[in-house]
Write a protein that binds this ligand. Structure first.
Ligand SMILES: [Zn+2]
Length: 140
């Protein structure tokens, strides 16, 4: 077994119902992969009876700021785990789902930019009417 694999005992597992991502401009990985990525997870501490993406009663938010090189390692490991435990086709289906979600998220980001809601919390919450970031342009 390669050195980068270990047996882990889960501590305080968290069941994410959904997740989001953001770019963290303040940090860069040391491998010239660009800015770090913030991964936001919404869900709750996992109970033994939890299954998959069932709706939680109470929702918590957890943030992990991940260097992009670590994220690439993680995605590769996820694909290898799916392929190893299921099949190469299952890993391909997962990548197909990733591609579909990439297109959907890109369209939503474009929409937020057109609405001037992509720059600050005030812009986001007021539909682009008010800003705390200094933005003064008008909708096109
Ligand atoms: Zn703004």
């Amino acid at each position: 077994m390669p050195e980068d694999f270990r047996y882990l005992t889960p501590r305080d597992p968290f069941l994410a119902r959904y997740a989001g991502a953001a770019i963290h401009d303040s940090a860069h990985c040391g491998h010239d992969h660009g800015t770090d990525v913030g991964l936001y997870f919404f869900g709750r501490p996992a109970a033994p009876s939890d299954t998959g993406c069932s709706a939680p009663d109470e929702e918590e938010q957890r943030l992990a700021v991940v260097p992009r090189c670590v994220l690439a390692d993680l995605f590769g490991a996820v694909l290898a785990r799916i392929e190893d435990s299921e099949s190469p086709e299952a890993a391909e289906r997962f990548m197909d789902a990733v591609a579909v979600n990439r297109v959907r998220a890109a369209a939503r980001l474009h929409e937020l930019a057109e609405q001037r809601r992509d720059c600050c919390v005030a812009g986001f919450r007021t539909g682009g009417r008010e800003h705390t970031c200094g933005r003064t342009d008008t909708p096109s």
